[in-house]
Design a protein around this ligand. Sequence first.
Ligand SMILES: *C1O[C@H](CO)[C@@H](O)[C@H](O)[C@H]1NC(C)=O
Ligand SMILES: *[C@@H]1O[C@H](CO)[C@@H](O)[C@H](O)[C@H]1NC(C)=O
Ligand SMILES: *[C@@H]1O[C@H](CO)[C@@H](O)[C@H](O)[C@H]1NC(C)=O
Ligand SMILES: *[C@@H]1O[C@H](CO)[C@@H](O)[C@H](O)[C@H]1NC(C)=O
Ligand SMILES: *[C@@H]1O[C@H](CO)[C@@H](O)[C@H](O)[C@H]1NC(C)=O
Ligand SMILES: *[C@@H]1O[C@H](CO)[C@@H](O)[C@H](O)[C@H]1NC(C)=O
Ligand SMILES: *[C@@H]1O[C@H](CO)[C@@H](O)[C@H](O)[C@H]1NC(C)=O
Ligand SMILES: *[C@@H]1O[C@H](CO)[C@@H](O)[C@H](O)[C@H]1NC(C)=O
Ligand SMILES: *[C@@H]1O[C@H](CO)[C@@H](O)[C@H](O)[C@H]1NC(C)=O
Ligand SMILES: *[C@@H]1O[C@H](CO)[C@@H](O)[C@H](O)[C@H]1NC(C)=O
Ligand SMILES: *[C@@H]1O[C@H](CO)[C@@H](O)[C@H](O)[C@H]1NC(C)=O
Ligand SMILES: *[C@@H]1O[C@H](CO)[C@@H](O)[C@H](O)[C@H]1NC(C)=O
Length: 786
Amino acid sequence: MHLTSRSLIRCICKIKMGCARLLTIVTIVIVLMIPISVQNENIECPHKCDCLEEYVYVDCSKKNLVSVPRIPKWVGKLNLNYNKLTNDVTNVFEGLLSLQSLKLDDDAFTSIPIFLHQNQIEEISINRNNISAINIGHFPANSTLKSLSINGNHIKVIEEGALNNLTNLVILKLNRNEIVSLPNQLFKHQSNLKILELNHNKIHVITDMLFRGLSSLTTLKIKYNNIENIMDGAFFGFKSVNLLQLDHNRIQNISKDWMYGLESLTTLSLSNNLITQIDFGSWEFCPSLKELDLSHNYLIEIENRTFQHLTNLLTLNLSYNNISAILQEAFSHMVQLQILFLNRNKISWTVENMTGPFSKLQNLVKFNLSDNHIKSISSRDFEGLSNVVELDLRSNNITSIQQHSFNSTSKIKKLYLNSSSLICDCKLLWLVKWIRDKVEQNYITATCAYPAEVRGVVISRLNEDNCGDSPEPQITEHPNTHLAIKNRSTNLVCSATSKPFSNMTFLWKKNSGNISNPQVYENVTLREHGKPYATSVLGIPDVTNSDSGKYQCVVSNKFGTTYSSEAVVDIVTFPQFTHTPINVTVKTGNTAILNCAATGDPPPEISWKKDGENDFPAARERRMMPTSHHIFIVNAKTTDMGIYSCAAKNSAGTIIANATLSVLQEPPFIMMENKEVTSGDSVVLQCMISGSPKPALKWFKNGSPIVPTERHFFTAHDQVFVIIGAESSDAGHYECKITNELVTKKDIELKVLPPVAITVNEEDMLGLFEMHGSATAKQRMGDKQM
Ligand SMILES: *C1O[C@H](CO)[C@@H](O)[C@H](O)[C@H]1NC(C)=O
Ligand SMILES: *[C@@H]1O[C@H](CO)[C@@H](O)[C@H](O)[C@H]1NC(C)=O
Ligand SMILES: *[C@@H]1O[C@H](CO)[C@@H](O)[C@H](O)[C@H]1NC(C)=O
Ligand SMILES: *[C@@H]1O[C@H](CO)[C@@H](O)[C@H](O)[C@H]1NC(C)=O
Ligand SMILES: *[C@@H]1O[C@H](CO)[C@@H](O)[C@H](O)[C@H]1NC(C)=O
Ligand SMILES: *[C@@H]1O[C@H](CO)[C@@H](O)[C@H](O)[C@H]1NC(C)=O
Ligand SMILES: *[C@@H]1O[C@H](CO)[C@@H](O)[C@H](O)[C@H]1NC(C)=O
Ligand SMILES: *[C@@H]1O[C@H](CO)[C@@H](O)[C@H](O)[C@H]1NC(C)=O
Ligand SMILES: *[C@@H]1O[C@H](CO)[C@@H](O)[C@H](O)[C@H]1NC(C)=O
Ligand SMILES: *[C@@H]1O[C@H](CO)[C@@H](O)[C@H](O)[C@H]1NC(C)=O
Ligand SMILES: *[C@@H]1O[C@H](CO)[C@@H](O)[C@H](O)[C@H]1NC(C)=O
Ligand SMILES: *[C@@H]1O[C@H](CO)[C@@H](O)[C@H](O)[C@H]1NC(C)=O
C-alpha cells in the first residue's frame, strides 16, 4: 500500500463514488489478486488511488504481469504499462463498464486486443508493443473510443475498413511504425477525428483519396516519413485543419495544387525537406497561415511572388537554406510578420546591393540574420523595421556598418553582433555612440580587425583617439557615362586606392547582373603623387546594341567592398553617307543639285556650309531648297561658286563631304576685228573677254599655236597679241580660243598688204559657242579703229 497520507487526504476531500469504495476495497483486492498472478509474488495491484482524476485510477504498471489481473468493475483508468502482457486478453475487459482509459504501453502485444464487447472505453494506448497490422474486427460498432494511440509498434499494414467502427475517434496516433502506404479512404468514418499523427513511418506518397472524410481534423502530423509526392487535392476537404506538419520528408516542390483546401491552416511546417521550388500562388488557398517553417531546405532565391498571399503570416522560418538572392518585393506581402529567421543562408549584402528589402516589415519584432555572408551593412538595409526589438547578426564577417543603418530600428534592444572583422576607422564612431545610447551592450561582442592598434578591441571601447583611416577601397575614378559607337570598341575605366594599399579585386556588373566573359584589363599598381592605385578597364571590343546598359564596378579588398557609381552606356551608330555630293558645274541662272544624305543612330542631321561658312549667298537669298537626299540651288550665280561641305552629325560624331560648285558665265568677247595692215606696221590683235572663272586663252595662227618671238608677244593676260613690223608672212587666219568648261573660239583674219595704203574693213564674225555640244550662239562683235 503506497497510498500516501497526502493523496489520501485529497482522496477524501475530492471524494467520489468509486474512490470511497476503493478505500474500503483495496485490501480485499490485494488479497484476491495474489493467487491470480502466480508468477509475480509481490504483486500489489491495484494499489493506487488518485482521486484528482475524474475516474478511479489503478496503476498496475511495471509488475512483470504476463496476464491481466482481475480488474474490479469500478476501475476507471487502468495502467498496465511495462508488463509482459500478450494477446490472450480478449474478453478480459468485458463488463468493465466504468473503464474509461486503458494503458497497455510497453507490453508484448503482437496485435490489437479485441474490444468487441460493449464498454465505455474512451482512451486506449498500446504504445511500444509488437503489433504489425491493424485488421478488421477489433473494435465494436459505434465504438466509444475517442483516443487511440498505437505508437512505436511495427505496423506495416492497416486493413481497408479496419477503422470503420471507430466513428467517435477524436485522436489517433500511429507514430513510429512501419507504414509504407495506407488504403484509400481509410478514414472515411472518422468525421470526428481531430488529431491524426503518422510521424516516423515510411509513407512516400499522399494520395488524393487517403484523407477523405476527415472533415473535423484540426491537426495532422506526418513528420519523418519518405513523402516525395503529394497528389493534387490531397488535403481537399481539410477545412478545419490548422496544424500541418510535414517536416523531415522528401518534398521538393510546394504547389498550389496540393495546398488546395487548407483554408483554416494556421501553422505549416515543412522543415528538413528537399524544397527548392515554391510555385507562385501556392499560398492562395491558405490565407490564414500564421506560422510557416521552411527551415532546412534548399531554397536559393526568394522571388517577389514566392510568398504572395501570406498577408497574415506572423512567423517565417527560412533558416538553413541556400538563399542568396532576395528580390526587392519578396517580403512586401507580409506586413504582419513578427518573426523572421533567415539565419544560416548565403545572404551577402554587398552582392545584393538592395534598397530596403525588408522595408514593409513594419511589425517585425525578431529578425535573425546570423550565419550568413554579410560583409557590410548599408544605410538602407534595415529601413522600415520600426518595431524590431531583436536583431541577430552573429557569425557574419561584417567589416563595416554604414552610418544611419539603424535609423529606422528605434525599438531595438538586443543587437547580436560578434564579428571580429570590423574596420574600426573613425567612420565607425557613430556606432559606438549608438550602441551606448540605444541597445543592451552585453549582446555586442564585436571586435576590431583594423587598424592594427585596435585589433581585438571590443567596439564599445573605440574612441576618437584610437580610430584610424578607412582601409576599404576608395574609388578614385568612376566609370563614365558615355555613348559607345556601334562596331567600334569602348572602355569603362575604374580606379581605386586604399590606405594602406592592398590587393584589390574588381568586379564589373551590368544592370546589376554579372557580365559573362568580360574582357577586363587590370593595370599594375601605379604611383601618382606618391599615391598608389589600381585600375580595371572593362573593354568592349566590338560594340553591339546589347552592350547598352548600366555598368558598375565593385572593388573589394580584404577589408571590404566599395561600389562605384553607375555609368550609363548608350549605343550609337556613326553617321555614314548614303549620298555624297560630287563636283558640279552649272551655267548662271540654272539649278545646281548637290547630293547629300546619311544614315546613323540616332539619325544624323544634315547641314551645309560654303567655304567653311554657314552664311552664304544661296542660303541667304533663299535660293537653296533641301529635299531628303539633296539640295537645289536655284538661279545659280557666280557668287555661289565655292566648296560646299555637307555635314552629317549625330551624337556619335560628324562626317563631312566636300564638293565644288562651278557656275559658268558665258564669256562675252569685248572686241574682235579683222584687220588689214601695211607691211612694216605694228599690229595689235585683241581678244578681250570677261566671264568667270577667268578662262585661259590660247592663240593659234592658221590652226597652230603661236609661239612668241621677238616680234610677236602677248600681253594683258594673253588678251592682247602684238606683232611688231608686220611682214607678209604674218598674214593669215588668227584664232583666240577660250577654254573653261565652255569652249569658245574667235577667229580674226589678218591681211598684210604691201606698204601703201591702209583700209580697214568691218566684218561680221561668227562666234562659235558650244556648251556640252548643245548650244550655239551668235555674237555680234564690235569694231574699232586701230
Ligand atoms: C548599389 O550601391 C551603390 C553604391 O552604394 C548605389 O549607388 C546603387 O544605387 C546601389 N544599387 C542598388 C540597386 O541599390
Ligand atoms: C515481434 O513479432 C515478430 C513476429 O511478428 C517476432 O519475429 C519478433 O521477434 C517480435 N519482436 C519482439 C521484440 O518481441
Ligand atoms: C464493426 O463491429 C461489428 C459488430 O460489432 C463487427 O462485426 C465488425 O467486424 C466491426 N468492423 C470492423 C471493421 O472492425
Ligand atoms: C450505431 O449507431 C447507428 C446510428 O447512431 C445506429 O443506427 C446503429 O444501430 C448503431 N449500431 C450498433 C451496433 O449499435
Ligand atoms: C518540382 O518542380 C519542378 C519544376 O517545376 C519539376 O520539374 C519537378 O518535377 C517537380 N518535382 C516534383 C516532385 O513535383
Ligand atoms: C521584383 O520587384 C521589383 C520592384 O518592384 C522589380 O523591379 C523587379 O523587376 C521584380 N522582379 C521580378 C522578377 O518580378
Ligand atoms: C569569417 O572569418 C573567419 C575568420 O576570419 C573565417 O574562418 C570564416 O571562414 C569567415 N566566414 C565567412 C563566411 O567568410
Ligand atoms: C538617418 O537620420 C539622420 C539624422 O536623423 C538623417 O540625417 C539621415 O538622413 C537619416 N538617414 C537615412 C538613411 O534615413
Ligand atoms: C597581392 O597579389 C599578388 C598577386 O596576385 C600576390 O603575389 C601578393 O602576395 C598579394 N599580396 C597580398 C598582400 O595579398
Ligand atoms: C595602365 O595605366 C597607364 C596609365 O594610366 C595607361 O597608360 C595604360 O594604358 C594602362 N594599361 C592598361 C592595360 O589599361
Ligand atoms: C572637285 O573639285 C576639287 C577642287 O576643284 C578637286 O580638288 C576635286 O578633286 C574634285 N573632285 C572630283 C571628284 O572631281
Ligand atoms: C572641306 O572643305 C572645308 C572648307 O571648305 C575644308 O576645311 C576641309 O578640309 C575640306 N575637307 C575635305 C575632306 O576636303
